[in-house]
Design a protein around this ligand. Sequence first.
Ligand code: NI
Length: 654
Amino acid sequence: MNTAPHLSPDVAHALASLRGEEIDASMGILRRDGLVTATTRVAYFGLYEQDKRTLLAGDVRARRFRAMLIDMSSGVQHDVLVSPAEDRVISVVQLDVAVDGQVPVVLEEFSLVEEIVHRDERWLAAMRRRGLTDISTLRVNPLSAGVASADEQGRRIQRCFTFVQKTPHDLGWAHPVDGVTVIVDVVAREVLDVIDHVELPVPEEDGNFHLPEWVGEPERPGLRPIQITQPQGPSFEIDDDGVIDWAGWRLQVGFDQREGLVLHNVSIDDGGLQRPVLYRASIAEMVVPYGDPAPQRWFQNFFDCGEYLLGGFANSLELGCDCVGEVTYVDATLADNDGGVRVIPQAICIHEEDAGILWKHFDNWNGSSDSRRNRRLVVSFFVTVGNYDYGFYWYFSLDGSIQLEVKATGVVFTSSYPGGGYPYASELAPGLGAPFHQHLFSARLDTMIDGVDNAVDEVEAVFVPRGPQNPTGTGFTQSVTRLRTEQEAQRFADNAKNRAWLVSNPSVRNRLGAPVGYVLHPEGRPVLLADAESDIHKRATFTTKHLWVTPYEPTELYPAGDFVNMHPGGAGLPRWTAADRDIDDADIVLWHTFGLTHFPRIEDWPVMPVDTAGFVFKPYGFFGRNPTLDVPASDHCAPAAAHGHAHHDHGEHP
Ligand code: NI
């Protein structure tokens, strides 16, 4: 194993997850300097990574941290960089919230809202008109506000819906009080407006999937236990900085309040050389735009990274429930809204699993019969953001491929179904609607294929018309087109052409003389379906293309901008790429949009079976041949006869 700069312990230390003492030291400085007072809430706190260019050059500097702060008494917001090692604040920027957007939502905004709304006469009257008089059963659901209207400019807003929760154990999502929107200023702590758009019946039927008396006792006769055992333990090791070694793979696992899992310095062994593939990989943004243009719902577009900071909503995972087998858990250390240290126990799950057949052949000529089983390292976490739950699963396989799978589950957002073949929602239970929506994710992939300077080619299948070069009309070929600038690299997937994006290193050749590379295979499902002039199109422009490529800039981390909450739009990728910078044989970052377009099914109610979306990143001319010929056959399937080994039967082992 070599000691390439990206794999040095100093680099790993510089990129490791937050430590509690770093939070304490940073908060001490921010309090001392008057930036954090009794009314300040810490909306975000995280590692501000050192510029990759100096870090990989061996100039490892003291760790710095970024804090996004809001004074809940005045609404004043700051974006701060702090260095505990230097005992100082590096920079302070006060946000102009009407232009810059706002810091992410803090937890107390959720709890505040119900209290404030419950006291509002206009809302009480709207509820009374619907026969809803028991306030204790009315849950007020605060939702990120989208774009501010003229009279909301500069204010910090939540738009709220109401749900009936019949008893403390009831699933409130089953009973939306649709048609009433409450607008709350969470800094002024006042209701700005109650809009009673339309009176719709509150769906009656319960959805209490969690209650045995509603579902019936769990019983599925004939299901016998499946147990996964690894009597000698798992095949991976992990150190204190989160560096994992497994079957030739090496990668560093980190965790951030905004992005959740962050992977660094992903490399794979090739004949004793640890070859880099990715410098950094994460889900940098996600948004759930709703497709029901009804007046009470137009604003529903939740940015679960930029507005809510999904990493902070990570679940503590339990063995046998969320992950099975020989599982290693890693805790997540984050700052809470008061600047204290908050540890989410068992937030990250790491395990390996059997992944079916790796390769197999029975040869008719030489009589050989071989098969090998694949396995993969799984690094995952699960979050709950409001009604939805998302699992993020990174898979690393023996053949060098990397896959991300997002699992969407939980409870779909509900409405009152207006009937009559309503074109923007499904009916899930009598009178209960589920507006159509999308779940769109942005994977930020800072590639490092055998070095930081990479290039991207679009590769697709090409039909060749019959002619002198193709007299039989049976020919087809492949086109390879270099994407040279940021504008050229804004691309749609096209599954009818098998379109994919090859990331290569033009300076490193494989044994056949071609640049070494990895291919990004998109699923090619719909991008954002909203109109180009809509607010969401401007705010989530990253979702309007499957691929973007930018040159590396340490400050370009979030594709919808740093302050997504109430941002009017245009930030992030559309702004950066307007410069149309060169990306050919440069230090580049790929931004891949993927996700689900969800027309809810009856079967998605009351809790939704997992649906998945993701992508695959596969070696393409990276190795000199199939890199898994050295994988041993499994114990009980020795390719025996042909190689003169005795066949092993179950039970013969001690
Ligand atoms: Ni959905």
